[in-house]
Design a protein around this ligand. Sequence first.
Ligand code: 6R9
Length: 635
Amino acid sequence: MSNYHIKHLEEYYQVYRKSVREPENFWEEVAGEHFLWRKKWNNVLSWDFSKPEIKWFEGAQLNITENCIDRHLTTRADQTAILFEPNDPSEKAEHITYKQLYHRVNKMANVLKSKGVQKGDRVCIYVPMIPELAIAVLACARIGAVHSVVFAGFSSTALATRINDCDCKMVITSDGSYRGAKTIDLKGIVDDALESCPGVETVLVAKRINNEVTMKDGRDEWLEPLLEQASDECPAEIMKAEDPLFILYTSGSTGQPKGMVHTTAGYMVYTAYTFKNVFQYRDGDVYWCTADIGWITGHSYIVYGPLCNGATTVMFEGVPSYPDFGRFWEIVQKHQVNQFYTAPTAIRALAKQGSELVEKYDLSSLKVLGSVGEPINEEAWHWYNDNVGKKNSPIVDTWWQTETGGIMITPIPYVTPTKPTYATLPFIGIQPALMDENAEELKGNQVEGRLCIKFPWPSMARTIWGNHQRYKDTYFSAFENKYFTGDGALRDEVGYYRITGRVDDVIIVSGHNLGTAPIEDAINEHPAVSESAIVGFPHDVKGNALYGYVILKDTGETRNHDNLRKEINQIITEHIGPIAKLDKIQFTQGLPKTRSGKIMRRILRKIAHKDTSNLGDISTLLNPEVVQDIMDNAL
Ligand code: 6R9
């Protein structure tokens, strides 16, 4: 038996050592013993980070949905697979068993096929957190179509960019969505987006809020009648190990988002194995991850990882504040949740409400608490530990990325002693390295540098859709023969890692990665704006908020600054979505620039942080005089 389920620290070290010394043997054992293959591999791993090219389990054939669904039918057909908790607490929760999930996924798969979707085609899924979202994802995987889920909070412009980037021929959406007391007209957003997406032939619309929508003849169809008529058996398409499973977009340092491509076999093995260990999931447990399936956390740890393990996974449609800030705890009590996985921004927002709403509910079912998306600050860690976990449920602070597919640095609960703000130890198979400015690896402990990974792991993204060169430039060029994460980290005296934050132009706001470039591009579309620069500054709930420095065009007319601020945020909402709105907008005459014309964000960041004691040498700037002016007028 391979060590599929690690139970104590000695075992962790022993298995970790094996995974590093003999990675191929290690992963071959895990893959061989715990998954359903149509054909096994000829070669466990081949890799070359200089190209970069990474292949796991070459020669193998499988379908991930047979692993997530079919193989559980003999043992747990009537167990709940997906537990859907609606936005409105008075609406009944829906328990979808493995058998029902099987039939619903197969029906959806048949509908997709009947609309001409074939293996390899891309399907855009723009659906809120309702069961149809998970079902659509799995239906694509069933027939070998590549899903591209776009978070249903993104604007029509952001949606259109993502649809066109990977040439989706179909969009699956809903008539609208609930978000707390509000409803959102999703179909209207899709209609707007599709004005600039000529490649989309079909739009399938799920009914959720009974919103009035316009249905375009020959393009749009209601999903329900099609599902009703479809057969509930659809043979799984046999996929090769390295066939793409999905594309998921993440922000980069240029305006164009990066479509990270994940492939089938390695992604399945790694997400399943991490899920089992990081959450110490045991048969019968109820697991809840509060993320949206529109993000990687939802892909790997609401859908694929849990279902591969035959788990019961909760899908929550609503928000933590509706009908009040006790909603999360009410759900934990109601469904007797055992593992609870959320983001620091949610913890901080809930902590702000005090502990009364937590104490109202019985949280004794909880065994493991998780955190993901950004560094968890000490205060939030303790609040989570004391009030939610009652000092009895270990917190797993899990560091990973859209690009890594699965959790990379994390404690294993009841195994790794935790330490506030530390993601602690590399997961099995993961070989981190910290690099200094001269691209030398920092050996030993008590060092701080840029976080890289030295050796491939099964779930790493294989490329950026349509732009392999960008994949190479972004992740494999800063440090030779290493994957560069874009994060900084330190390693303490016992070898624990603490992530210190991004070292590039990505800002994490409420756990969402936002590239500065696309926001600046949006602002610059305002007719009165000539140039802008965005930086992050600390915010007690969001972690970071956005501070914009904006230069107005010299048109001679004076405009009301408050109105301009509103208009700028409106443009950002239209282009990216409300998550990217600026908290502060400072109008300025100039931006500090290097002689090569690069904006010195370091200086702007310090001013936004109100930390101007040591701005460093500014004499080399093209325009050092603007710095004082910006400081004098800082918000
Ligand atoms: C899974 C996910 C990735 C970036 C990553 C890092 C930050 C995520 C973290 C964390 C500190 C943690 N991040 N988890 N920072 N501690 N536990 O969030 O993917 O949306 O691609 O974001 O998020 O900066 O590089 P993604």
